[in-house]
Design a protein around this ligand. Sequence first.
Ligand code: FDA
Length: 307
Amino acid sequence: MLGPVLLAAARSDSIRRAVSAAPVTRPVVDRFIAGERLDQAMAAVRSLTARGLEVTLDHLGEDVTDRTEALRARDAYLALAGALREAGLGARVEMSVKLSAFGQALPGGDDLAYANVLPVVEAAAEVGTTVTLDMEDHTTADSTLAVLARLRERFPATGAVLQSCLHRTEDDCRELAGEGSRVRLVKGAYREPAAVARQDKHEVDRAYVRCLRILMAGKGYPMVASHDPRMVAVAQELARRAGRKPDEYEFQMLYGIRTAEQERLAAAGHRMRVYVPYGTDWYGYFMRRLAERPANLAFFLRSLATR
Ligand code: FDA
């Protein structure tokens, strides 16, 4: 019941201001966010890669309301590409971007987001890595997949995220299961209406497995992004049946969630990538993590109560 309330709060500016200003928020936020600055993110990257994990970095930001902010998002990623080049980490660290941070919702949004994200994809290629386009709520899906298709004309390894909660996603998986395609499969973190999305968690899980079947049987590169032990086990079995070698798919989990399992999978010879968010605009991301798990909210509320 609390999940939808928290997801609605994730979009509220007044709640954003109150939560962001509360001093107790910080320790809870730190569990999920590597830091507000690039050097803190790079320190997290070094620590994770030293433990055999791969990384995808997300400079936090979404829903920009003007072109200047969109250019700032682009520049933050260009600075990140520069830091990866300097650290010689391009082969192990990719980048995740939200097109709403690049101007997708502004007038002429598809073209604007494409124009702003293209230099980032070019910079990533120069340092030997790739970019994956995060998927936001369902209203952005067509636009995001259209920008993806344009980017893939020059950079075919640009990745997509597909959400098993949406009714459309099995078709999208078929569409994107071809040679060279990289698809990160998630369950979906946004509050979506019944007209477009499954509302029952078990239905979402079952759809996740059906999508995994399509991706594993296809010719692309599946990125299994879930902390759910059942999904991890099913993915391993489907990969085995499809004859995929360990470097022909990967697991992905979020920074700060099931870290022991992340290390266990990497130690067992799997490619395990950690999604590492950093930056000052952490509110929306943080609220989605609270919404996913009541225990996170309880932890947050306890920290308020014990002050
Ligand atoms: P599920 O929610 O069933 O959780 C399984 C278990 O994992 C839980 O029982 C718990 O142990 C643990 N767990 C899950 N979430 C937790 C949390 N917040 N805190 C603590 N423990 C938790 N979504 C989206 O809509 N667009 C996107 O672009 C992305 N990108 C993305 C990248 C990566 C690498 C990951 C791992 C996830 C995303 N997501 C996403 C989020 C995704 O849609 C989903 O909301 C979460 O991954 C939670 O779903 P699970 O598959 O983990 O299963």
